[in-house]
Design a protein around this ligand. Sequence first.
Ligand code: ASN
Ligand code: ZN
Length: 328
Amino acid sequence: TVHTGTGTGTGDYNGTVPLTTTANGSTFDLKDGARGGHRTFDLNQGTSGTGTLFNDADDVWGGGRQNAGVDAHYGAAVTWDYYKDVHGRNGIKNDGVAAYSRVHYGDNYVNAFWSDSCFCMTYGDGAGNSKPLTALDIAAHEMTHGVTSNTARLVYRGESGGLNEATSDIFAAAAEFHAGNSSDVADYLVGEKIDIRGNGTPLRYMDKPSKDGNSHDYWSRSLGRVDVHYSSGPANHFFYLLSEGSGAKTVNGVDYDSPTYDGKAVSGIGIAKAEQIWYKALTVYMTSTTDYQGARTATLSAAGDLYGVSSAEYQAVDAAWAAVNVNG
Ligand code: ASN
Ligand code: ZN
């Protein structure tokens, strides 16, 4: 669906976008009644509580402290719409109730996070080269941690932790493609707009995760001992290969070149099918202790349910896992 709202906002990242807000007397609150009542708060550099709900006199948002609020509110709306439109999921818990967002967390905080305890997303302002952590893919990444916490509950360490992280990167990319925002190129990169290193490189690359210098491209016996943001690599790589296939390819003007473990070519089935397979695997087949071997069987089961065990899609799942060194 087209994302429409009564207000408009211009933040740091997404151009001028519609924002769904709520009238409060003659002013407007940054509260989205169309998406479970999602509200966006200004922590004003604090690190606890909810600070102040953003409020505006004319419903035309942006400038100064409002920029981060605009982007976080928009990112939550786009992600809500993604889950609803593409997966029929009504919010993080599928109960129609929204989480909330907090921006301007702490001083010089170069991160963003999901919290199960507040049931909220929180964003820092960045420091040094890094811009505010409120880009669309980061919002979708953090909100997806909430979805994972309320579905497979993948434990945030070892291989299950890598799969938890990959799930957030996978649906971050998928939400970007769904949003179709011309100010935010849909890509298989994570966090490129934050420019955390000051040289334009993203946090993570899904076509060849090792391009970040730390992430793993392929499963290996030691994978469960590396940081979850790096052990996500083989699953991100799997998802890229399943969607787009191996080798060199340009999508929306972004160049990719995805290698395979065994040097065999993989043909992609498109992100629209790949995201259905991962979502069904996450919500039906994965559990808190699923490892890479379990993710392979979960996605094969999902592909079998969706497309049949004799389908090209099922074969592509098998081939994409083999390409990241996960075999039956
Ligand atoms: N931004 C990080 C993430 O969502 C925070 C963390 O390490 N959990 O992965
Ligand atoms: Zn994460």
